[in-house]
Ligand binder design. Structure first.
Ligand SMILES: Cc1cc2nc3c(=O)[nH]c(=O)nc-3n(C[C@H](O)[C@H](O)[C@H](O)COP(=O)(O)OP(=O)(O)OC[C@H]3O[C@@H](n4cnc5c(N)ncnc54)[C@H](O)[C@@H]3O)c2cc1C
Length: 479
């Protein structure tokens, strides 16, 4: 095989579509029994994208049928499934195939990809589309294991979970909680929301797409492209506040404060949901129904912290035991832990996990020296706080194809980024990151345990795109 792809989310499928067009042989190894990644896993009520759908989709596959500006999970999943069908990816898919280890063989420049309970796959190139937000973070809370009721992470929502009439604890107030709390609060008898740090929340400019708009998009696809471009540049302009100028962050704070004032009348609750850090330091959320949900009679916002969990209750640091039937962990993902438990052994048997212990890094977020013919999609410093990661992903896919084509042109069997090019890239990146709002003193999932930011891209996204326009062959070694 030319290429083995791991993961069948936006990344893996996007890569596969491109390789099919390039006429390459490839396989997609996916550990789950279905495609979709994030959008297969996050089925909680209210799950939707928080980047407008015209932009949160592949540039080459616009969908005139989006039902809303911010489409719900089921529609995004359907969109990805349609891509599999339209681009004939099914014969390349191996579902239920978990990759456990991949070893590079220097003698024949191939990757031997080991899978749980099956024959290894051998391919010249290996592309990892493991998903930056695919490994749920389960917090270590004293007593969690002895709770007798139901406990689940928001990304592992049980199909049968009816919470009607139940007493529910939701732990966490990040992006998933902001989406799931309103619908759960509507059916639960009681909802206790445990907040460690509040998020800045902007109004969500969501609305149904009208029948006229959909017809227009179908008839004149250029109109949907125009909406995509408008969305892109609007978000890009807003994003500069986080990356270039903090003045915009202050403006965001003002809008958020007004949003709180308009939706919550209780002074104490207003105060409890108002963050004390600069907007943008943690992810800014979008919601129109989160604050009204907190103001409901059956909802309690607990800011005291959690002391322990008993067999039937969550006990706060305020000493109050709140009896619950179900605990929902809306505690996010291990975003800075990109590979675990996967083992990737490069040239000379070096483990990528070990290599990254000093700091996660990849050239253009994609390639790592010492690991020839290996590519990471949505790898280090490619996630965005303000726009669609699919844009970044497509630029990365172009770069991977650049590597493959250049290797072929030179009749090289291996392509590896130069150590010095990678160092330079990373030093510049982290200089910029140290001045950005994410380094302004809050703790967030963007940062690792040393306070380093291995997740976000620190500039305008078109800058990343521009850097992948031309293949930088001077930064690579071919052999
Ligand atoms: C609730 C939620 C909402 C989001 N909303 C947005 C949004 O609005 N805009 C935005 O830009 N981003 C959003 N994101 C980020 C989102 O993760 C990305 O946009 C995108 O879906 C990532 O695609 P991916 O293919 O890289 O990863 P994923 O979709 O996570 O897919 C990774 C795939 O790899 C598989 N896999 C992992 N390890 C292995 C292994 N060892 N062997 C085989 N298969 C493996 C997984 O099973 C999974 O199917 C959101 C994330 C979440 C969780």
């Amino acid at each position: 095989l030319d290429v083995a792809i791991v993961g069948a989310g936006f990344s893996g499928l996007g890569m596969a579509i491109r390789l099919a067009r390039e006429g390459r042989s490839f396989v997609i190894l996916e550990k789950a029994q279905a495609v979709g990644g994030t959008w297969r896993d996050n089925r909680y009520p209210g799950a939707a994208c928080d980047v407008p759908s015209p932009l949160y989709s592949f540039s080459f596959e616009p969908n005139p049928g989006w039902s809303r500006m911010f489409s719900p999970q089921a529609e995004i999943l359907e969109y990805l499934e349609r891509c599999v069908e339209k681009y004939g990816l099914a014969p390349h898919l191996r579902l239920g195939t978990e990759v456990t280890r991949a070893v590079f063989s220097s003698s024949d420049a191939t990757w031997r990809v080991e899978v749980a309970g099956g024959e290894p796959v051998v391919a010249r190139h290996l592309v990892l589309g493991l998903g930056p937000l695919s490994r749920p973070l389960v917090p270590e809370i004293a007593g969690l294991a002895r709770f007798k009721g139901r406990v689940f992470h928001s990304a592992r929502w049980p199909g049968s979970a009816s919470l009607a009439g139940e007493r529910v604890a939701v732990i966490g107030t990040g992006a998933s909680a902001a989406q799931l709390v309103p619908p759960v609060a509507e059916v639960a008898a009681r909802l206790h929301l445990f907040q460690r740090t509040p998020s800045w929340i902007l109004p969500k400019n969501d609305r149904p797409m009208t029948a006229r708009e959909k017809a227009l998009f179908r008839r004149y696809p250029l109109t949907q492209r125009a909406l995509r471009a408008f969305t892109y540049w609007t978000l890009e302009a807003l994003g500069t506040g986080f990356t270039v100028h903090p003045v915009l962050a202050r403006w965001v704070e003002r809008v958020c404060r007004k949003h709180i004032a308009a939706q919550i009348s209780d002074e104490k609750l207003r105060d409890a949901v108002t963050p004390r850090y600069r907007a943008g330091c943690k992810r800014v959320l979008l919601s129109n129904d989160f604050y009204p949900a907190l103001a409901r009679e059956n909802v309690e916002l607990v800011t005291a912290g959690i002391r322990e969990i008993t067999e039937d209750a969550v006990v706060g640091l305020d000493g109050i035991a709140r009896p619950v039937d179900t605990i929902i962990l809306a505690t996010g993902f291990r975003a800075t832990d990109l590979l675990t438990p996967l083992e990737i052994l490069g040239r000379s048997g070096v483990d990528l996990n070990d290599r990254w212990r000093q700091g996660i890094e990849a050239y253009l977020g994609t390639t790592v020296s010492g690991f020839p013919n290996l590519y990471l999609l949505l790898g280090p410093n490619t996630i965005l706080a303000h726009s669609s990661v699919v844009f970044m992903l497509e630029a990365q896919i172009d770069h991977v194809v650049g590597c493959l084509r250049e290797a072929q042109r030179r009749r090289a069997s291996s392509v590896e980024v130069d150590e010095v090019a990678l160092r330079r890239w990373n030093e510049k990146l982290h200089r910029r990151l140290s001045r950005a709002v994410w380094a302004s003193g809050c703790s967030s999932w963007y940062l690792d345990e040393n306070g380093r930011n291995p997740t976000l891209w620190p500039g305008p996204t078109f800058e990343f795109w521009l850097r992948t326009r031309r293949f930088p062959s001077e930064s690579y070694r071919f052999s």
